[in-house]
Design a protein around this ligand. Structure first.
Ligand SMILES: *Cc1c(COP(=O)(O)O)cnc(C)c1O
Length: 431
């Protein structure tokens, strides 16, 4: 696609966009009658219009069936998660048996580490990306300490090269090889939340496992954003939240993936609860935990129906567009267009007001573009907000903008460029 930085181009691109009608399925923030251009779906996705109806239906079920709702009504809660499993599987590239909705993300990360981080005196290290999301850092440090090891020795961070922001795959693979048989676990974000870098999960999985380590991914910024093939890549485990690119609402339910190769391993430790018990006999209430087959065996507590209803509402929209291929096709174009309009500001000024730190390569990015705004960058962010454009600001100087293919348009991106250009021009004139 050849881009042009004017409104007619953006309008024409929207008119030709097969996904454009999906925008009408979402509710946009609105202040004093002015609707926001929302570029923050990497942090909290927008509310699908259908969410209210789906939630209301479950409130009605609760009213009408009360406790009998577990087995009665249109969607008996006892089996409600199965419909979600069917819809989650294509998002992460797994079989429905390998995925399960439950809990929240960091909680699930801990539960999966119980099964897949099993250090011993010789093999205790965890390899992860430097600058991972803090919750993941805290979770891993506390797990390492829990097993009696020192995070300073056990946690190996792969850092960017001097003067760079993102990682080279070869550097990740070198670190994995270097720590080889001391490595118990390789745990990476699928996409780094700060830089927006999409990692080569297939290569990382292969490298970690060839050293005898388990390999897992936190897909908070990847699930619902980029196509994933967790099963085919042979990833051991993964977890994600549903409230970023998957629009399931604040604090929404998390999803887990456990590769089927682990289902028959009875030596895997896990923290158990009644909902992970064999479904057919769950209510026999017997002593002695027997896990349900598949990812469901990692459940602990009873189904969180209301958050699952919200996740379900959003997943049906993914189903409507045929899941990830069409979304990815548009997403790559939209984020490339955002890049283009930002570079156009730099060109107009004749210097780099904005430095884009997200990789250019399609294989290394999702929907998010992270920008370092030089010379008082916060004022650019504030100007965006004052013009009803919502991205987010990360200290010390990064603006993250995420055009989401389900509900953002080329016109959104064009208008964002106009605001940045006007302000940059004004600042330039007063220099
Ligand atoms: C958003 C995000 C989280 C948030 O965790 P919660 O437990 O849902 O609060 C964790 N890890 C990563 C990588 C994230 O991007």
């Amino acid at each position: 696609m050849l881009f042009e930085n004017h409104l007619e181009f953006a309008k024409a691109a929207d008119a030709a966009d097969k996904l454009a009608p999906m925008r009408a399925q979402f509710l946009f923030p609105n202040h004093n009658g002015k609707e926001f251009i929302y570029l923050c779906g990497n942090s909290l996705g927008l509310q699908p219009k259908v969410a209210r109806e789906v939630l209301q239906k479950q409130l009605d079920n609760w009213q009408n069936h009360a406790v009998e709702g577990w087995f009665e009504g249109e969607t008996p809660w006892m089996f409600y998660h199965k419909e979600l499993k069917r819809l989650m599987a294509p998002i992460v590239g797994a079989s429905p048996t390998e995925v399960c909705p439950m809990n929240t993300l960091t909680v699930n990360l801990h539960l999966l580490l119980v099964s897949f981080y099993r250090p011993n005196a010789n093999r205790f290290k965890i390899i992860m990306e430097a600058g991972a999301f803090p919750s993941d850092q805290y979770a891993l440090e506390s797990q390492v300490r829990f097993h009696g090891f020192d995070p300073k020795e056990a946690i190996i961070e792969v850092k960017p090269r001097e003067g760079e922001f993102t990682l080279h795959t070869e550097d990740i693979l070198d670190v994995i090889a270097l720590h080889g048989d001391q490595t118990a676990l390789v745990l990476f974000g699928g996409i780094n939340y700060f830089t927006g870098q999409l990692f080569d999960m297939a290569a990382i999985t292969k490298a970690g496992q060839s050293q005898g380590a388990k390999v897992g991914f936190d897909l908070a910024h990847a699930a619902g954003n980029v196509p994933l093939s967790l099963h085919d890549w042979g990833v051991d485990f993964a977890c994600w939240c549903s409230y970023k690119y998957q629009n399931a609402g604040p604090g929404g339910i998390s999803g887990i993936f456990v590769h089927e190769k682990h289902f028959s391993d009875e030596t895997l430790p896990r923290f158990a609860g009644w909902w992970g018990y064999k479904e057919a006999n769950r209510f026999a209430m017997q002593k002695g935990f027997i896990p349900e087959f598949g990812a469901d065996g990692w459940q602990i507590s009873c189904t969180q129906v209301m958050p699952m209803a919200l996740y379900h509402a959003s997943l049906t929209l993914f189903e409507k567009v045929g899941f990830m291929p069409a979304l990815r096709e548009k997403s790559l174009k939209l984020s490339a267009y955002l890049r283009y309009v930002i570079e156009d500001v730099n060109e107009t000024l004749g210097y780099k007001q904005f430095q884009i730190i997200t990789p250019i390569d399609d294989a290394e990015r999702g929907a998010q573009i992270s920008i370092i705004a030089k010379n008082d960058g916060k004022k650019y962010f504030d100007a965006l907000v004052a013009n009803q454009i919502l991205g987010d600001w990360r200290e010390p100087n990064v603006i993250r903008l995420s055009p989401v293919p389900l509900y953002n348009s080329y016109e959104d991106v064009y208008k964002t460029g106009v605001v940045l250009k006007n302000l940059a021009q004004k600042s330039h004139d007063t220099l």
